[in-house]
Ligand binder design. Structure first.
Ligand code: SF4
Ligand code: SF4
Length: 312
């Protein structure tokens, strides 16, 4: 049976056209030589993906900055979306780029993970971009960081997005006890899965599939279990890279980020997301009714209660 592998790719790119005040990549510029290096790393990776016809791959690009304003990321997505052995290719993006290139991609395999930054783009413009993605038949999730000053904007975005589009809210965790109980309940009305993101999931010694069925790859081809554990397991440009894959216990105290904690089997993301974990599109997205939303919130609470903190 073909090896099924989820890959998070993060090359050297670390610049962005936006300037979100909490982000180290805001308005950071890179030299022509740095950008050329990023493009060469990416093209080498895409050539490697093309050759892995004995695997079934799902690939999420998680650049430090914004990739889609660079032509080589658009071309990489277009090219990878044509490969029959790729189940899905997706990218985290601020969605500020031109979207003409979507027409060249295989929309059935492509997905976008689109983050709204209210200080950088108007809600109306962001919604127009989302509509263009939907018009091209490309699936997407939209999301936003749950800063307190943005609560009204977040609720308005939820109200104006199509009901089938999931709006995730990432918890702001830089300040302790940032949310009151009322504020958590308010954000759960927007994103019933919010509490999963708010929780710092204890993970030391926990069973995790990162390193077995999900891996992180950098621009040099170094293979790690995830973005949050630095140890290198192997290199995809060597002949025996698959030998590095196995299930291991997590060495970190906690796992706090969506692209990490989805790999903890006890959190049941395969079930919640029905195979669309990569692009962050849950199995059920029609949470417009209070009853449906409440059911989803209760399901999240049940998952959290059955996965108590591990003793360390
Ligand atoms: S869009 Fe993302 S990468 Fe760019 S400045 Fe904002 S948070 Fe940082
Ligand atoms: S639990 Fe999180 S940090 Fe630990 S190995 Fe898994 S994905 Fe990485």
């Amino acid at each position: 049976m073909a090896l099924k592998l989820q890959i998070l790719y993060r090359g050297p790119l670390s610049s962005c056209n936006y300037e979100c005040n909490y982000c180290p990549f805001a308005k950071r510029h890179e030299s022509a030589a740095e950008l050329k290096h990023d493009r060469q790393c990416l093209e080498r990776f895409v050539d490697w993906v093309a050759a892995q016809t004995d695997c079934e791959l799902s690939i999420l690009f998680t650049p430090w900055g914004e990739g889609l304003t660079r032509r080589w990321y658009q071309q990489a997505l277009v090219r990878i979306s044509q490969f029959a052995h790729v189940r899905r290719v997706a990218i985290q993006t601020n969605l500020s780029c031109s979207l003409d290139w979507l027409g060249e991609a295989n929309a059935q395999r492509l997905a976008l993970w689109c983050t709204f930054h209210p200080t950088q783009i108007s809600r109306r413009e962001f919604l127009q971009q989302c509509q263009m993605v939907a018009d091209r038949g490309v699936s997407f999730s939209a999301g936003v960081v749950g800063l307190q000053e943005n609560f009204e904007e977040i609720e308005a975005l939820r109200a104006e997005l199509p009901s089938h589009a999931y709006l995730w809210v990432n918890a702001f965790k830089d300040l302790p006890d940032y949310y009151t109980d009322e504020q958590v309940a308010r954000l759960e009305q927007v994103d019933p899965l919010f509490r999963l993101n708010l929780t710092n999931h204890p993970s030391l010694g926990a069973e995790c599939v990162a390193g077995e069925s999900s891996v992180s790859i950098d621009g040099d081809g170094n293979l790690r279990r995830c973005h949050f554990v630095s140890g290198v397991l192997g290199n995809i440009y060597g002949s025996d890279w698959q030998a590095a894959l196995s299930r291991r216990a997590c060495p970190n105290l906690s796992c706090d980020c969506y692209i990490g904690y989805v790999n903890l089997p006890r959190l049941q993301h395969d079930n919640l997301f029905g195979g669309r974990v990569l692009e962050r599109i849950p199995r059920a997205t029609h949470w417009q009714g209070i009853h449906d939303r409440q059911q989803a919130i209760e399901k999240v609470n049940a998952i959290l209660q059955t996965s108590p903190p591990l003793s360390v």
